[in-house]
Design a protein around this ligand. Sequence first.
Ligand code: 1GP
Length: 237
Amino acid sequence: MEDFRLMYDVREWRHAFKLDPNKDISEKDLEKVCESGTDAVIIGGTDGVTLDNTLQLMSRVRRYAVPCCLEVSDPDAIAPAYDLYLIPAVLNSKNTTWITGAHHKAVKAYGEWMNWNEIVMEGYCILNPDCKAAQLAEAATGLDDDDVLAYASMAEHMFKFPVFYLEYSGTYGDPKLVEKVKTVLEDTVLFYGGGIRTAAQAAEMARAADVVVVGNVVYENIHEAVKTVRVVKQTGL
Ligand code: 1GP
């Protein structure tokens, strides 16, 4: 087992795995993910996310020492059992539901039970028009670099979000753009996620982003997925 500290502060992270509660993962592969030395396991997805399947996956991840976070896409799947709750606000959405609407509804219903210290807001910018998240959130993906940089600056300076998330889910993004975005962020942590299929790609994004999020390759090639942890941690920003 890799040596790692428990880390509940995203500013300390370099690598995270994102697991989809709507996908099957064997016990053996889950063990490899959880004992890989990654900084966190994020449970989140777009399709078929339910209280039942998130809780089932969470309870399996809980058998390991790795921090377990819920990335909230449906307030009905929230349960008081995670180390952190990552809450996306899709800055380039054309539908206010995904910027403040669902958030307002959730806080109105559950606000008095929320522990604000466990909530981490993510300013999302979704750049792959074909991913499910872009379609659901009606993201305006036809952005040039300056548009993206402006969203990043808004996340940091206007909204004071702790995280800016460049989301290319399903496709490998543009490392040059990720690098540019990093130059406009000081306090806000830059997450990159999308299309990482090899350790070399993970290393390339680790040179640009603070945190590299690895998703689907877990289900396609667990060996390569686990390799991304070490290379990201060995790569300097
Ligand atoms: C999805 O950013 C993550 O939210 C990871 O994307 O599944 O393409 O690795 P992939």
